[in-house]
Design a protein around this ligand. Sequence first.
Ligand code: GDP
Ligand code: MG
Length: 598
Amino acid sequence: DRQKHIRNFSIVAHIDHGKSTLADRILEMTHSVAQRQMKAQILDDMPLERERGITIKMNSVEVHYDAKDGQRYIFHLIDTPGHVDFSYEVSRALAAADGALLVVDATQGVQAQTLANVYLAIDNDLEILPVINKIDLPSADPKGTKAEIEDDIGIDTSDAADVSAKTGLGVADLLEKIVKIIPAPTGDLNAPLQALIFDSKYDSYRGVVLSIRVKEGQIHLGDKIRLMNAGADYEVTELGVFSPDATPRKELIAGDVGYLTASIKDIHIARSGDTVTNADRPAQKALQGYRPMTPMVYAGIYPTDNGKYNELRDALDKLSLNDASLEYEPETSTALGFGFRVGFLGLLHMDVVQERLEREFDLEIVITAPTVTYHVIKTDGSEEDISNPSDIPDASSIKEIREPFVNATIMVPEQYVGTVMELAQAKRGIFDTMDYLDKSRVNVKYKMPLSEIIFDFFDKIKSSTKGYASLDYSLAGFFVSDLKKIDILLNGDKVDALSFISHKDFADNRARVVTGKLKKVIPRQNFEIPIQAAIGSKIIARTNIKAYRKDVTVKIHTGDPDRRAKLLDKQRAGKARMKSIGRVDVPQEAFMAILKNS
Ligand code: GDP
Ligand code: MG
């Protein structure tokens, strides 16, 4: 029967090890895409993914494979992102699969996210099939890579496939191994329906489109379904699989991965992690959902035009369907007006959310500097979690401030250990342990303030180790630090959206750097603008933006018409991302000035 011929698997790996390229080859060798439509990383269909060359969203696709045993198999493969900021996508994808292809670049070996992602797969009880990739490259070391997989992860590599996802070498063998090693789904076709919602998105015509993995029973077009946690009933209006385009089906059975629509217009109802059952014959209980994500960083998001608040809320609602790790709540700022405090998993995630809001929802927004959550204990004994620096109360009422620390694991070749330790120490890291993974690679562990890690630690580590270091981290807890709130005053007025937190030892320097940077990015106006940084009422840094005298428009009129149009366009574009604060026009870069350390 059909179920025995289904193979559900996810592709996981460290970033750039070749997941999406391997998905391309599998699609190609199973004739799932017409040759003329084939392009590199075809499943990365978001413009943002194509521009940046990274996978942001998971993508599921059904392909048919005619195996050497003469049987036709149905593969549901799910490509996943590799970057740590999108690990929630990976964990949700894994809950829909029965196995995982663990792709490891044979020129790089096991990296930090290889480990992080394989542990997610092990947690989900998936059968893991190691795939040694990029064997076409002269520096590839498949044997050494397998030894690392055995030593670092402890999984058997005797079934591993050696491939080049780029040339297709070895991929035919891999397809056979998938049939043999990834288990067919189990699940009773006659049991009451249980289908896990592992992703969703909003479509203005069809309502919410749910990605589902049917665990038990069957689902048919026209069935009356119930979302168990939401407690709402609907009728299935469309059912199908992605192959890779949406392809309608009349039914999906236990083991299938596909999508459904049911004219669900209320976006708050259809959440990832909920269970779909049959309303006439409901399952006893819902499937285990997902643990909610804890955001690592927060930032304020405001429309540049105050009248667009409702549109921004709508956009966040819709985006959060497709990005289950996004959290937000309304906030107001005296400087910026009405907006939202939004939680992200990291700075790349923040960047992606900002771009998606602007592109997919046609909004113009400003985003304030990211910050971690601080745990403030006041002298009166009360405690508070604060994710907006401007909400930190007066120093006189604070007993202590605790900040989040992470356990950071840095995997690095031996010769860079010294460099990495220096960098970690400069970022207030507390040395934990150091283990040799093998003769030449070392796992260095530090406890570090999350705030230091998210800003530029990773970039610094990468650039000072020629890209050889990889980093992974997880929250360790909140610990007391000597932290100061620094306020910024523009033209004498405190701008709440520019307040930031700094460790006492770095406060003076940060204040100088930030005021200097603000001076550079805030355009001159026809009056002088003092910029000050203060701790409480004490000014610790100051500078001035001089008033302009020359008429800048003169320049425009002297240029040729083309140049003039360009300049005007540029001015308009610049204006879009400006926010008027008091009498001062503040551009987007100003809010990010706070991230600058030098
Ligand atoms: P992902 O981040 O794991 O999805 O990695 P991608 O599939 O986007 O690949 C990252 C880069 O590695 C791209 O430039 C690919 O062309 C390249 N790449 C992937 N597989 C191979 C391979 O087998 N050989 C070579 N030489 N390059 C590869
Ligand atoms: Mg990818």
